[in-house]
Design a protein around this ligand. Structure first.
Ligand code: GLU
Length: 425
């Protein structure tokens, strides 16, 4: 009996499902496993009433999806963004399952979020929202059940509000339920830079296996948040030339190379952490999307999903794309890039440095023993390089694109776990 394939009107969920079904078919995965893994174990929807600074009350929608716990507690971030919805969280949770599996860490996949624009609210309003959301998802999160982390528009402060609320509700400190915490409160040295460092490591490895020098390679980076900034700093340190960066205020392009440390300092001191107003000699300002079409060697889309798609992929000139964001290239975009011979390092390999770093933090929290930053980075780089080469070797040995290869390696580990554990529950 052929299975009824799931589809979705949400582009990200539809893409996640299509990629999964295609890889599963190529691997000849049993139908039962395809059925199990194309569904999420639990999808939680909550409403979050928040008292505004002016005394009025607003209600927000929040979600937490646990796609799979076959390999361990589900793991994945919480994002604050107006586009957050249940389907998007499900797609991202599913991708986390593959990401953790591919990374070789003992986690399943989860993701959550709240649908709102944090820039429109005060810090106190955001704190109340985060704490109420924490209370609403408290029954489904835990050190050995589901471990959230930062994602788009969330970071250290939000993780502390989450941890503190749940610790107070349970009347005991619960440091290992949330990762991505500040160093002073059970966080790890190295976690903030981990995702960007991992993205840059994949960029350098793909250049190396393609016989291109990292020194002098030109790079454009879409998104100058947590991932983009540390990817940029690492690329520059390795001798590459970052010529363009962008955020919601537009793209900043300097063919001679941007002063990334200066950009970083500028954004760090900007009240909204934006590039608006950044100046440098020889720099021109472009519309945000135009960054994608610049004549560069390496393009790092580190913003949001769907950036490179069927409508614009033909204009991309870069030979190497390393997906720092989750889902920045749609399947239609992928097809066009493939025909042009562009090499794409898929998101769940490229940006796995963040969750690998989270795993280190969780281990340190469980043991109550902290590592040095050198130890953290050494381990991270070793794992990222090994994982990159595992996928690269599989891809070249089997004549499949890196994305498909990564899916096949990742799905196999989860499918084996489900098979061993059985179907019950
Ligand atoms: N939000 C990050 C991701 O998408 C990190 C998740 C985590 O550390 O759990 O991979």
């Amino acid at each position: 009996m052929a299975i009824q394939k799931r589809t979705s009107t949400n582009v990200l969920l539809d893409t996640a499902l299509r990629n999964f079904y295609a890889a599963a078919e190529e691997m000849r995965l049993d139908e039962g496993l395809v059925e199990i893994l194309s569904h999420s174990e639990r999808r939680t929807c909550v409403s979050i009433p928040v008292e505004m600074d002016d005394g009025s009350v607003k209600v927000f929608d929040g979600y937490r999806v646990q796609h799979s716990t076959a390999l361990g507690p589900s793991k994945g971030g919480i994002r604050f963004h107006p586009d957050v919805c249940l389907d998007e969280c499900e797609a991202l949770a599913m991708m986390m399952t593959w990401k953790c599996s591919l990374a070789g860490i003992p986690y399943g996949g989860g993701k959550g979020g709240v649908s709102f624009n944090p820039l429109d609210y005060s810090q106190k309003e955001r704190e109340r929202l985060t704490r109420t959301f924490a209370a609403r998802i408290e029954p489904v999160v835990g050190t050995w059940t589901d471990v959230p982390a930062p994602d788009v528009n969330t970071g250290g402060p939000e993780m502390i509000w989450f941890m503190d609320t749940i610790s107070k509700m349970r009347n005991q400190l619960e440091p290992a339920i949330f990762t991505g915490k500040p160093i002073s409160l059970w966080g790890s040295k190295g976690r903030t830079a981990a995702t960007g460092l991992g993205v840059a490591t994949c960029a350098m490895e793909v250049l190396k296996v393609s016989g291109k020098p990292v020194e002098g390679a030109t790079v454009a980076i879409q998104g100058f948040g947590n991932v983009g900034t540390y990817a940029a700093l690492t690329m520059v340190k390795a001798g590459a030339k970052v010529v363009a960066i962008s955020d919601i205020t537009g793209a900043y392009y300097c063919p001679a190379g941007l002063d990334i440390q200066k950009c970083f300092d500028f954004v760090s001191s900007h009240p909204k952490k934006l590039l608006e107003g950044y100046q440098q000699e020889g720099m021109q300002k472009l519309a945000g999307e135009d960054l994608l079409f610049l004549p560069v060697d390496v393009l790092l889309p580190c913003a949001l999903e769907g950036a490179i798609n069927g409508k614009n992929a033909d204009k991309v000139q870069a030979k190497f794309i390393i997906e720092g964001a989750n889902g920045p290239v749609t399947p239609e975009g992928d097809e066009i890039l493939d025909k042009k011979g562009t090499l794409v390092v898929p998101d769940f390999l490229a940006n796995s440095g963040g969750v690998i770093g989270s795993y280190f933090e969780w281990c340190q929290n469980l043991g109550g023993f902290f590592w040095s930053e050198e130890e953290y980075n050494d381990r991270l780089l070793r794992i990222m390089r090994d994982n990159f080469h595992r996928v690269w070797d599989y891809s070249t040995a089997n004549g499949v694109k890196m994305r498909r290869a990564a899916f096949m390696v990742a799905i196999k580990r989860v499918a084996d776990a489900v098979r061993m554990r059985g179907v019950f529950l």
